[in-house]
Write a protein that binds this ligand. Structure first.
Ligand code: MSP
Length: 507
């Protein structure tokens, strides 16, 4: 049976329209999903929307809609963006779906039944935009430490999750499994927070209605974070499809932004332990994007409009930029200059030129079909194997930028190989015909492998490259662990000249 791989994104709040931050995590998850499929895994890739909670209720009121009308409208924006970005998710979970709500209720009930959820009273500072209660000590100048906005003192009857009970189990697990919380610096932040002592977590609200009612107590709705986190189970058929659930759980990786790491690295594992489910294998927190050096915020109105970005630079160009520009895990700055440099340098000059000039040469010398190589050995083998190993290792570590660097090393060595073997000179000498065939076969066959490497990052461009090389069959049916081997390009296949893959951006 194929090895399985389960990757998730956070589910996005529907009170906001999608921006670069949402696209970032989703593209990263898509790259992993595509890469794992290409290396023989049976992958499940889940994304979706978080549709309950006071924030959504308030936004709907302001827009003169019911919360579900708002959700139905905004979910479309997310789904359509994911189609545009070629996101290959296997399912899309909405927390307002019955298949989800029943899982949230069931898990709440299980925790209640074993005494890990009890009724109490809650009083603390609440930040509505962040849906988070803060203690006095956590406030910064009396404001929310997360978003800097005003907080209000709230007291309400509330159900509590005995999170404190699982503090030591969590710490032990985090110590035994160094990959459980990544990157390392953030793991240390989380563990020091836990060491300070966990409080029990308030897991229900009575001050509004828009949520999943607490089983047996309709005055309360389940806290939106507990509701939301259980999507990772409902989305793979917990309750409805035990086989599917068994197959994919525990998740291999939850990708999240740094602001929601605590919810995933503390609330989620302690809750899973309480309901008797195995823990996910890894949660990885990436950094935040700023816009030309400034934090994006509603008040500055400087959110990067992802639609506009895609229109200006192209889909694969934006996907490439997000994965290449900064190490996943660190904060990132978007600037138009950096974007243009990547497109003109890495994409147009390095990869695009190599591809187009190789095809042009082959078309000219061999009348548009793949030549038969001589006995020439596989000259680019060493670099290819080096890149193959590096890509596997770096993508296991979620170091997307390093994976791309390893692929570009291969691009560079093909360019160098062409310069050294000078097929344009060989072509002038009929007695060098065999050598020319071998050189060009090596180039084209390595381009086939580069196409496979590029596919997880830039799927549409890779499809074009695949077709231009005369390859039949779908890329997704290939297996990189075998198909990187020399000679996969059929002799005599028809090559097609195509317009530049990544046109230069002239300013
Ligand atoms: N609904 C919760 C997640 C529940 S998961 C069980 C939520 N939603 S969100 O829509 O507000 O945010 C989703 C993700 O977007 C978070 O991972 C957050 O880090 C990310 N980003 C929001 N702004 C961002 C940037 N400026 N840059 C990068 N990512 C950012 O939180």
């Amino acid at each position: 049976m194929a090895k399985t791989f389960y990757v998730t994104t956070p589910i996005y709040y529907v009170n906001d329209v999608p921006h670069i931050g949402h696209a970032y995590t989703t593209v990263a998850a898509d790259v992993i999903a595509r890469y794992r499929r290409l290396t023989g895994y049976d992958v499940f890739f889940l994304t979706g929307t978080d549709e309950h909670g006071q924030k959504v209720e308030k936004s709907a009121q302001q827009a003169g809609e019911t919360p579900i009308q708002l959700a139905d409208r905004v979910v479309e924006r997310f789904q359509s963006l994911w189609r545009t970005l070629n996101i290959s998710n296997d399912d899309f979970i909405r927390t307002t779906e019955e298949r989800h709500k029943k899982v949230a209720r069931e898990l709440f009930k299980r925790a209640q039944d074993n005494g890990d959820i009890y009724l109490g009273k809650y009083e603390d500072w609440y930040c509505t935009p962040c849906e988070t209660f803060w203690t006095e000590g956590q406030l910064e100048n009396g404001m929310c430490p997360e978003c800097g906005r005003e907080v209000e003192k709230l007291q309400e009857a509330s159900y509590f999750f005995r999170m404190s009970k699982y503090q030591d189990t969590l710490l032990q697990h985090a110590e035994q499994e160094p990959d459980f919380i990544q990157p390392r610096a953030r793991r240390n932040e989380v563990t020091s927070f836990v060491k300070e002592g966990l409080r029990d977590l308030s897991v229900s609200r009575t001050s509004f209605k828009w949520g999943v009612p607490v089983p047996g107590d309709d005055d309360h709705v389940i806290y939106v974070w507990i509701d939301a986190l259980t999507n990772y189970l409902s989305g793979i058929g917990f309750l409805d499809d035990p086989d599917k659930f068994e197959k994919y759980w525990p998740a291999d990786v939850h990708l999240v932004g740094k602001d929601i790491l605590r919810h995933h690295a503390v609330y989620w594992p302690t809750f899973l332990t309480a309901v008797g489910l195995p823990l996910f294998k890894k949660v990885f927190a990436h950094g935040w994007w700023t816009n030309e050096g400034k934090k994006m915020s509603k008040s500055l109105g400087n959110f990067i409009d992802i639609g506009e970005l895609l229109d200006t630079y192209g889909i694969d160009q934006v996907r490439y930029f997000m994965m290449r520009e900064v190490p996943f895990g660190l904060d990132a700055d978007f600037s138009h200059q950096a974007m243009i440099n990547r497109v003109n340098g890495d994409l147009a000059n390095d990869l695009g030129n190599l591809f187009n000039r190789s095809l042009a040469m082959a078309s000219k010398y061999f009348n548009g079909s793949v030549p038969t190589p001589g006995k020439e050995a596989d000259r680019l083998r060493d670099q290819k194997m080096k890149s193959l190993q590096a890509v596997e290792q770096t993508l296991t570590d979620l170091a997307f930028n390093k994976a791309l660097m390893a692929i570009w090393e291969l691009v560079g060595s093909v360019n160098k190989y062409i310069d050294e073997t000078a097929p344009f000179t060989l072509a002038k000498d009929e007695s060098k015909r065999d050598e020319l065939c071998s050189v060009m076969y090596n180039v084209l066959d390595t381009l086939r492998v580069i196409t496979l490497f590029v596919f997880p990052f830039m799927p549409a461009s890779a499809e074009k490259m695949w077709e231009a090389l005369g390859m039949t069959g779908r890329i997704i049916d290939q297996d990189l662990t075998k198909d990187h081997a020399w000679g996969g390009l059929p002799e005599g296949a028809t090559l097609t000249k195509i317009p530049p893959l990544f046109p230069r951006i002239e300013i």
